[in-house]
Design a binder for this molecule. Sequence first.
Ligand code: PEP
Ligand code: MN
Length: 366
Amino acid sequence: MSATFDIAPIESWVDNFQKPLIISGPCSAETEEQLLETCTQLKKIGINIMRAGVWKPRTRPNNFEGIGTDALIWISEVKKQLGVKFSIEVGNPQHVEQALKYGIDILWIGARSTVNPFTVQEIADSLKGVDVPVLVKNPINPDLALWMGAIERINNAGITKLGAIHRGFSSQQESKYRNLPLWRLAIDLKSQIPELPMICDPSHICGNRDMLADVSQKALDLNYDGIMIESHRDPDNAWSDAKQQITPETLKGLLNGLKLRSKESSNESFKIFLEEMREQIDESDRDILEAIGRRMNLVEKIGEFKQDNNVTIFQVDRWNEIYRTRAEWAQGMGLDKEFIEEMYKLIHIASIKQQTELLSKSAAKA
Ligand code: PEP
Ligand code: MN
Protein backbone atom coordinates (compact mmCIF):
# COMPACT_ATOMS: atom_id res chain seq x y z
CA MET A 1 0.00 0.00 0.00
CA SER A 2 1.57 3.27 -1.01
CA ALA A 3 1.05 6.31 1.18
CA THR A 4 0.90 9.91 0.12
CA PHE A 5 2.66 12.53 2.17
CA ASP A 6 2.08 16.24 2.47
CA ILE A 7 5.42 17.70 3.54
CA ALA A 8 6.23 21.42 3.69
CA PRO A 9 9.71 22.36 2.41
CA ILE A 10 12.15 23.00 5.25
CA GLU A 11 12.68 26.57 3.95
CA SER A 12 9.10 27.31 4.98
CA TRP A 13 9.49 26.15 8.58
CA VAL A 14 12.84 27.56 9.62
CA ASP A 15 13.67 31.32 9.50
CA ASN A 16 16.48 32.16 7.04
CA PHE A 17 17.10 28.51 6.29
CA GLN A 18 20.65 27.82 5.28
CA LYS A 19 21.86 24.40 4.37
CA PRO A 20 23.00 22.62 6.43
CA LEU A 21 20.63 23.49 9.24
CA ILE A 22 22.56 23.08 12.50
CA ILE A 23 20.76 22.14 15.71
CA SER A 24 23.00 21.89 18.75
CA GLY A 25 22.94 21.87 22.52
CA PRO A 26 23.39 19.50 25.41
CA CYS A 27 22.14 15.94 25.53
CA SER A 28 20.25 16.99 28.66
CA ALA A 29 19.33 20.25 30.32
CA GLU A 30 21.09 19.82 33.69
CA THR A 31 21.11 23.19 35.44
CA GLU A 32 19.99 26.67 34.50
CA GLU A 33 23.64 27.83 34.31
CA GLN A 34 24.77 24.89 32.20
CA LEU A 35 21.95 25.50 29.73
CA LEU A 36 22.39 29.26 29.53
CA GLU A 37 26.18 29.12 29.24
CA THR A 38 26.17 26.38 26.59
CA CYS A 39 23.52 28.19 24.55
CA THR A 40 25.29 31.55 24.89
CA GLN A 41 28.48 30.00 23.53
CA LEU A 42 26.51 28.34 20.72
CA LYS A 43 24.82 31.60 19.81
CA LYS A 44 28.29 33.23 19.60
CA ILE A 45 29.39 30.71 16.99
CA GLY A 46 26.25 31.39 14.95
CA ILE A 47 23.92 28.57 16.07
CA ASN A 48 20.31 29.68 16.31
CA ILE A 49 18.49 26.44 16.96
CA MET A 50 19.26 24.73 20.24
CA ARG A 51 18.48 21.27 21.50
CA ALA A 52 18.26 19.83 25.01
CA GLY A 53 16.75 16.75 26.55
CA VAL A 54 14.12 17.58 29.17
CA TRP A 55 12.81 14.06 29.81
CA LYS A 56 15.55 11.51 29.23
CA PRO A 57 14.80 7.98 28.14
CA ARG A 58 17.61 5.98 29.77
CA THR A 59 18.44 2.36 29.23
CA ARG A 60 18.42 1.52 32.96
CA PRO A 61 16.46 3.18 35.76
CA ASN A 62 18.15 5.06 38.60
CA ASN A 63 20.23 7.13 36.21
CA PHE A 64 19.60 10.83 35.66
CA GLU A 65 16.22 10.89 33.91
CA GLY A 66 15.99 14.55 33.01
CA ILE A 67 14.85 17.64 34.87
CA GLY A 68 11.31 17.76 33.48
CA THR A 69 9.13 20.86 33.61
CA ASP A 70 11.70 23.03 35.45
CA ALA A 71 13.97 22.68 32.43
CA LEU A 72 11.19 24.09 30.26
CA ILE A 73 11.16 27.20 32.44
CA TRP A 74 14.93 27.58 31.92
CA ILE A 75 14.50 27.03 28.17
CA SER A 76 11.89 29.76 27.85
CA GLU A 77 14.25 32.09 29.72
CA VAL A 78 17.16 31.20 27.40
CA LYS A 79 14.93 31.71 24.36
CA LYS A 80 13.97 35.15 25.61
CA GLN A 81 17.51 36.20 26.54
CA LEU A 82 19.24 34.97 23.40
CA GLY A 83 16.46 35.11 20.82
CA VAL A 84 17.05 31.53 19.73
CA LYS A 85 14.76 28.63 18.77
CA PHE A 86 14.58 25.45 20.81
CA SER A 87 13.94 21.81 20.04
CA ILE A 88 13.26 19.03 22.55
CA GLU A 89 12.27 15.37 22.57
CA VAL A 90 8.69 14.42 23.38
CA GLY A 91 7.73 10.91 24.38
CA ASN A 92 4.03 11.20 25.18
CA PRO A 93 1.04 13.59 24.88
CA GLN A 94 1.82 15.23 28.26
CA HIS A 95 5.29 16.13 26.99
CA VAL A 96 3.72 17.62 23.84
CA GLU A 97 1.32 19.68 25.92
CA GLN A 98 4.09 20.97 28.20
CA ALA A 99 6.44 21.67 25.30
CA LEU A 100 3.82 23.72 23.49
CA LYS A 101 2.87 25.55 26.68
CA TYR A 102 6.48 26.71 27.07
CA GLY A 103 6.82 27.77 23.43
CA ILE A 104 9.17 25.03 22.19
CA ASP A 105 9.76 25.60 18.46
CA ILE A 106 10.60 22.12 17.17
CA LEU A 107 9.69 18.73 18.64
CA TRP A 108 11.41 15.45 17.97
CA ILE A 109 10.38 11.87 18.54
CA GLY A 110 13.21 9.76 19.98
CA ALA A 111 14.45 6.45 18.61
CA ARG A 112 12.91 4.48 21.47
CA SER A 113 9.49 6.01 20.80
CA THR A 114 9.54 5.58 17.02
CA VAL A 115 9.65 1.80 17.52
CA ASN A 116 6.28 1.86 19.23
CA PRO A 117 3.25 2.62 17.05
CA PHE A 118 1.03 3.02 20.15
CA THR A 119 3.29 5.79 21.44
CA VAL A 120 3.64 7.44 18.05
CA GLN A 121 -0.12 7.39 17.51
CA GLU A 122 -0.74 8.94 20.94
CA ILE A 123 1.77 11.67 20.16
CA ALA A 124 0.20 12.15 16.71
CA ASP A 125 -3.28 12.51 18.25
CA SER A 126 -1.98 15.13 20.66
CA LEU A 127 -0.58 17.11 17.72
CA LYS A 128 -3.90 17.44 15.87
CA GLY A 129 -4.60 21.07 15.03
CA VAL A 130 -1.10 22.16 16.06
CA ASP A 131 1.37 23.83 13.71
CA VAL A 132 4.81 22.84 14.96
CA PRO A 133 7.72 21.20 13.13
CA VAL A 134 8.32 17.58 14.15
CA LEU A 135 11.43 15.50 13.49
CA VAL A 136 11.16 11.72 13.66
CA LYS A 137 14.29 9.82 14.65
CA ASN A 138 14.83 6.42 13.11
CA PRO A 139 13.66 3.51 15.25
CA ILE A 140 16.51 1.73 17.04
CA ASN A 141 15.98 -1.35 14.86
CA PRO A 142 16.61 -1.14 11.12
CA ASP A 143 13.00 -1.23 9.97
CA LEU A 144 12.22 1.20 7.17
CA ALA A 145 8.47 0.53 7.32
CA LEU A 146 8.39 1.40 11.04
CA TRP A 147 10.22 4.68 10.43
CA MET A 148 7.95 5.54 7.50
CA GLY A 149 4.89 4.48 9.47
CA ALA A 150 5.76 6.88 12.30
CA ILE A 151 6.22 9.74 9.82
CA GLU A 152 2.92 8.81 8.21
CA ARG A 153 1.07 8.85 11.57
CA ILE A 154 2.39 12.34 12.37
CA ASN A 155 1.63 13.54 8.85
CA ASN A 156 -1.92 12.11 9.04
CA ALA A 157 -2.44 14.18 12.19
CA GLY A 158 -1.95 17.27 10.00
CA ILE A 159 1.73 18.04 10.74
CA THR A 160 3.34 19.01 7.43
CA LYS A 161 6.53 20.55 8.82
CA LEU A 162 8.01 17.13 9.14
CA GLY A 163 11.53 15.75 8.86
CA ALA A 164 13.53 12.62 9.66
CA ILE A 165 16.64 12.23 11.80
CA HIS A 166 19.11 9.46 11.06
CA ARG A 167 20.72 8.59 14.44
CA GLY A 168 21.98 5.10 13.61
CA PHE A 169 20.69 1.66 14.54
CA SER A 170 21.35 -0.86 17.30
CA SER A 171 23.37 -3.73 15.98
CA GLN A 172 24.75 -7.04 17.19
CA GLN A 173 27.58 -6.53 14.75
CA GLU A 174 30.99 -5.53 16.19
CA SER A 175 31.26 -1.87 15.20
CA LYS A 176 33.20 1.29 15.90
CA TYR A 177 29.88 3.13 16.10
CA ARG A 178 27.55 3.37 19.08
CA ASN A 179 24.65 3.09 16.64
CA LEU A 180 25.42 1.81 13.18
CA PRO A 181 24.61 4.33 10.44
CA LEU A 182 22.60 2.70 7.68
CA TRP A 183 22.97 5.29 4.95
CA ARG A 184 21.31 2.96 2.49
CA LEU A 185 18.17 2.64 4.61
CA ALA A 186 17.96 6.42 5.02
CA ILE A 187 18.39 6.82 1.26
CA ASP A 188 15.52 4.37 0.78
CA LEU A 189 13.38 6.52 3.06
CA LYS A 190 14.29 9.59 1.02
CA SER A 191 13.45 7.84 -2.23
CA GLN A 192 10.05 6.82 -0.82
CA ILE A 193 9.36 10.39 0.41
CA PRO A 194 11.60 12.63 -1.78
CA GLU A 195 10.33 15.88 -0.27
CA LEU A 196 11.20 14.80 3.31
CA PRO A 197 13.94 16.90 4.96
CA MET A 198 16.73 14.68 6.30
CA ILE A 199 18.81 15.52 9.36
CA CYS A 200 21.78 13.51 10.59
CA ASP A 201 22.59 13.03 14.29
CA PRO A 202 26.31 12.17 14.28
CA SER A 203 26.46 12.27 18.11
CA HIS A 204 24.26 9.21 18.68
CA ILE A 205 25.72 7.45 15.63
CA CYS A 206 29.31 7.85 16.87
CA GLY A 207 29.02 7.71 20.63
CA ASN A 208 32.44 9.37 20.76
CA ARG A 209 33.99 12.66 19.66
CA ASP A 210 36.57 11.32 17.21
CA MET A 211 34.30 10.35 14.36
CA LEU A 212 31.82 13.25 14.52
CA ALA A 213 33.48 15.22 11.71
CA ASP A 214 33.64 12.25 9.33
CA VAL A 215 30.03 11.27 9.91
CA SER A 216 28.89 14.89 9.53
CA GLN A 217 30.80 15.19 6.27
CA LYS A 218 29.30 11.96 5.00
CA ALA A 219 25.83 13.33 5.76
CA LEU A 220 26.58 16.52 3.83
CA ASP A 221 28.00 14.51 0.96
CA LEU A 222 24.72 12.61 0.86
CA ASN A 223 22.92 15.96 0.69
CA TYR A 224 21.34 15.89 4.13
CA ASP A 225 19.52 19.10 4.98
CA GLY A 226 20.93 19.42 8.46
CA ILE A 227 22.86 18.10 11.41
CA MET A 228 21.77 17.74 15.04
CA ILE A 229 24.86 17.51 17.22
CA GLU A 230 25.26 17.46 20.99
CA SER A 231 27.36 20.14 22.68
CA HIS A 232 28.06 21.04 26.29
CA ARG A 233 30.06 23.73 28.07
CA ASP A 234 31.90 20.95 29.96
CA PRO A 235 31.40 17.68 28.03
CA ASP A 236 33.50 15.45 30.31
CA ASN A 237 31.24 16.28 33.23
CA ALA A 238 27.94 15.96 31.36
CA TRP A 239 25.24 14.03 33.20
CA SER A 240 24.40 11.98 30.11
CA ASP A 241 26.28 11.02 26.92
CA ALA A 242 29.52 12.62 28.19
CA LYS A 243 31.74 10.77 25.72
CA GLN A 244 30.08 12.11 22.60
CA GLN A 245 29.50 15.76 23.51
CA ILE A 246 31.82 18.56 22.39
CA THR A 247 32.23 22.17 23.44
CA PRO A 248 30.69 24.88 21.26
CA GLU A 249 34.31 25.93 20.44
CA THR A 250 35.10 22.43 19.14
CA LEU A 251 31.84 22.47 17.21
CA LYS A 252 32.93 25.68 15.53
CA GLY A 253 36.13 23.99 14.33
CA LEU A 254 34.21 20.94 13.18
CA LEU A 255 31.74 23.03 11.19
CA ASN A 256 34.51 25.12 9.64
CA GLY A 257 36.23 21.93 8.52
CA LEU A 258 33.17 20.63 6.68
CA LYS A 259 33.09 20.96 2.94
CA LEU A 260 29.82 22.65 2.22
CA ARG A 261 28.51 22.75 -1.27
CA SER A 262 26.96 25.87 -2.64
CA LYS A 263 24.05 25.86 -5.01
CA GLU A 264 25.07 29.05 -6.76
CA SER A 265 24.46 28.14 -10.38
CA SER A 266 22.19 25.67 -12.02
CA ASN A 267 25.36 23.99 -13.19
CA GLU A 268 26.46 23.63 -9.58
CA SER A 269 23.18 22.08 -8.51
CA PHE A 270 23.42 19.69 -11.42
CA LYS A 271 26.83 18.66 -10.14
CA ILE A 272 25.51 18.20 -6.60
CA PHE A 273 22.65 16.08 -7.88
CA LEU A 274 25.00 14.02 -10.02
CA GLU A 275 27.35 13.45 -7.10
CA GLU A 276 24.50 12.48 -4.83
CA MET A 277 23.22 9.97 -7.34
CA ARG A 278 26.73 8.57 -7.77
CA GLU A 279 27.06 8.19 -4.00
CA GLN A 280 23.80 6.31 -4.02
CA ILE A 281 25.04 4.14 -6.89
CA ASP A 282 28.26 3.44 -4.98
CA GLU A 283 26.23 2.42 -1.93
CA SER A 284 24.00 0.18 -4.05
CA ASP A 285 27.01 -1.43 -5.71
CA ARG A 286 28.57 -2.15 -2.33
CA ASP A 287 25.29 -3.78 -1.32
CA ILE A 288 25.28 -5.86 -4.51
CA LEU A 289 28.88 -7.00 -3.99
CA GLU A 290 28.25 -7.85 -0.35
CA ALA A 291 25.20 -9.88 -1.34
CA ILE A 292 27.22 -11.73 -4.02
CA GLY A 293 29.95 -12.37 -1.43
CA ARG A 294 27.38 -13.79 0.97
CA ARG A 295 25.95 -15.96 -1.79
CA MET A 296 29.38 -17.29 -2.78
CA ASN A 297 30.10 -18.20 0.84
CA LEU A 298 26.88 -20.19 0.96
CA VAL A 299 27.76 -21.84 -2.36
CA GLU A 300 31.08 -22.89 -0.88
CA LYS A 301 29.41 -24.31 2.22
CA ILE A 302 26.83 -26.22 0.21
CA GLY A 303 29.66 -27.49 -2.02
CA GLU A 304 31.44 -28.97 1.00
CA PHE A 305 28.21 -30.46 2.18
CA LYS A 306 27.53 -32.07 -1.24
CA GLN A 307 31.05 -33.41 -1.30
CA ASP A 308 30.77 -34.91 2.16
CA ASN A 309 27.57 -36.60 1.13
CA ASN A 310 28.82 -37.68 -2.29
CA VAL A 311 26.25 -35.69 -4.25
CA THR A 312 26.84 -34.19 -7.73
CA ILE A 313 27.62 -30.50 -8.00
CA PHE A 314 25.13 -29.62 -10.69
CA GLN A 315 21.52 -30.38 -9.96
CA VAL A 316 19.42 -29.41 -12.91
CA ASP A 317 16.08 -29.23 -11.11
CA ARG A 318 17.40 -26.81 -8.55
CA TRP A 319 18.86 -24.56 -11.25
CA ASN A 320 15.72 -24.61 -13.34
CA GLU A 321 13.85 -23.56 -10.24
CA ILE A 322 16.35 -20.74 -9.58
CA TYR A 323 16.05 -19.36 -13.13
CA ARG A 324 12.29 -19.49 -13.01
CA THR A 325 11.75 -18.01 -9.56
CA ARG A 326 14.39 -15.28 -9.85
CA ALA A 327 12.93 -14.16 -13.17
CA GLU A 328 9.51 -14.06 -11.55
CA TRP A 329 10.79 -12.15 -8.51
CA ALA A 330 12.56 -9.72 -10.84
CA GLN A 331 9.39 -9.09 -12.83
CA GLY A 332 7.50 -8.52 -9.60
CA MET A 333 10.07 -5.87 -8.71
CA GLY A 334 9.72 -4.18 -12.08
CA LEU A 335 13.09 -5.45 -13.35
CA ASP A 336 13.83 -6.72 -16.82
CA LYS A 337 13.36 -10.52 -16.94
CA GLU A 338 15.99 -11.17 -19.64
CA PHE A 339 18.59 -9.12 -17.83
CA ILE A 340 18.10 -11.08 -14.61
CA GLU A 341 18.18 -14.41 -16.46
CA GLU A 342 21.49 -13.40 -18.07
CA MET A 343 22.84 -12.35 -14.70
CA TYR A 344 21.88 -15.68 -13.12
CA LYS A 345 23.61 -17.56 -15.96
CA LEU A 346 26.85 -15.81 -14.93
CA ILE A 347 26.19 -16.48 -11.25
CA HIS A 348 25.55 -20.12 -12.10
CA ILE A 349 28.85 -20.42 -14.01
CA ALA A 350 30.73 -18.82 -11.09
CA SER A 351 29.04 -21.12 -8.57
CA ILE A 352 29.86 -24.28 -10.53
CA LYS A 353 33.44 -23.04 -10.96
CA GLN A 354 33.78 -22.47 -7.23
CA GLN A 355 32.40 -25.90 -6.32
CA THR A 356 34.52 -27.65 -8.99
CA GLU A 357 37.63 -25.95 -7.62
CA LEU A 358 36.71 -27.18 -4.16
CA LEU A 359 36.37 -30.73 -5.46
CA SER A 360 39.66 -30.66 -7.37
CA LYS A 361 41.41 -29.22 -4.30
CA SER A 362 40.18 -32.05 -2.10
CA ALA A 363 40.97 -34.60 -4.86
CA ALA A 364 44.56 -33.27 -4.98
CA LYS A 365 44.79 -33.62 -1.20
CA ALA A 366 43.50 -37.20 -1.23
C1 PEP B 1 18.86 12.35 22.35
O1 PEP B 1 18.81 12.95 21.27
O2 PEP B 1 19.34 12.84 23.37
C2 PEP B 1 18.38 10.96 22.40
C3 PEP B 1 17.98 10.40 23.52
O3 PEP B 1 18.47 10.37 21.23
P1 PEP B 1 17.93 8.97 20.66
O4 PEP B 1 16.45 9.01 20.73
O5 PEP B 1 18.45 9.04 19.26
O6 PEP B 1 18.58 7.86 21.45
MN1 MN C 1 22.12 12.09 24.04
